[in-house]
Design a binder for this molecule. Structure first.
Ligand code: FAD
Length: 296
């Protein structure tokens, strides 16, 4: 009894270091200008998928929808222990909101197939909506369990999980296949194995291989592709055409939500007022907090 997992990982702008021109004229986020990092919660979800593989065997496949440079986080997944990686990339995916993102991801998962688990982070640090996991499960018509901290047990047809709820946790059982969103603090992601870094630092997408062959008539892209594929160094690329997608459901066109503006909110110290430690002082403080919509 072994289980195959597909893990959705996202490359996100390092929101702790937002500076300069963040938005493009067309209202989409200028991701090329922002330092990019591996979404924290997705490392934890990959770790959970790898623990299932350690316990029961099976295969871990990682997928990301993003620009060509998102291949960087796929290499990191291979360093951690993933078996196969897919970059889902097309200019027509740009500006996607969660509806369009989950459509593309669910179609890519159907294309890859053969899975028992879909893993996702609870939330991405840029959009912060926590919507893509649940939306993808809906489109795949499979059960979903969110805010998962632990997988207690797995049988041929079902899984027992522990999920966080306000004030505690609950134990749930779900049939397989199912989608699980994972909390960052639930697991400590394993470090990269030096042996795997040495092996997979050469892993490349088709676009990256094409760059290698540019201006070198001795190198043939198909030959190189086969060579990388046979060595397990090939990162698959899936475009809108490969997935035969409905263009009206992708990118800006498929997104009812438009991000109006993104900016860094810098909390600056303003005026201050001494509040006497008395009943009157306390009710005055509560009034202030309610005025500022911090309370109530
Ligand atoms: C500041 C800001 C606000 C936004 N607000 C909204 C909004 O209100 N509504 C809306 O629909 N869109 C919104 N977006 C767009 C949204 O960020 C993108 O659609 C994004 O691709 C997915 O949403 P998310 O970042 O909230 O991810 P979440 O739903 O928080 O991501 C949850 C998990 O889904 C998986 N996942 C998400 N994106 C990808 C991907 N590209 N590839 C692989 N796995 C992925 C990861 O496992 C991730 O941990 C916003 C974007 C920004 C920058």
């Amino acid at each position: 009894m072994s289980f195959n997992s597909i893990v959705m990982v996202k490359q996100v702008p390092d929101t702790a270091n937002i500076s300069g021109q963040v938005m493009k004229e067309d209202g989409t986020v200028n991701r090329a200008k922002l330092p990019a990092i591996f979404n924290h919660e997705d490392r934890a979800s990959l770790e959970l998928a790898l623990q299932i593989k350690d316990r029961f065997g099976g295969k871990v496949t990682v997928i990301t929808m993003g620009p060509p440079r998102a291949s960087d986080i796929l290499r990191e997944c291979l360093y951690m222990g993933a078996d196969e990686a897919y970059l889902i990339s097309d200019r027509k995916f740009a500006g996607a909101d969660t509806l369009a993102t989950s459509y593309v991801l669910s179609e890519a998962i159907k294309f890859i197939g053969n899975y028992d688990f879909i893993f996702a982070g609870r939330q991405a640090i840029d959009g912060d909506t926590a919507q893509v996991g649940p939306q993808t499960a809906e489109k795949l018509r499979i059960p979903q369990v969110t805010y998962v901290e632990e997988i207690i047990d797995v049988s041929e047809t079902s899984v027992k999980l522990k999920r966080k709820i306000d004030g505690g946790f609950e134990i749930l059982e779900s049939q397989l296949p199912c989608l699980v969103t994972v909390l960052k603090d639930a697991l400590f992601p394993r470090p990269f194995k030096a042996r795997r870094v040495m092996a997979y630092k050469n892993a490349k997408t088709l676009l990256e291989l094409e760059k290698i062959t540019e201006g070198n008539s001795l190198l043939y892209i198909d030959q190189l592709k086969d060579e990388y594929f046979n060595k397990g160094w090939y990162i698959h690329t899936l475009t809108m055409e490969d997935l035969k997608l409905d263009e009206t459901r992708c990118g800006v066109h498929g997104s009812p939500t438009k991000v109006h503006k993104v900016e860094s909110v810098v909390l600056a110290g303003g005026s201050h007022e001494m509040i006497p430690p008395s009943k009157e002082g306390l009710s005055k403080l509560i009034d202030h907090l309610m005025e500022d919509h911090i309370l109530g």
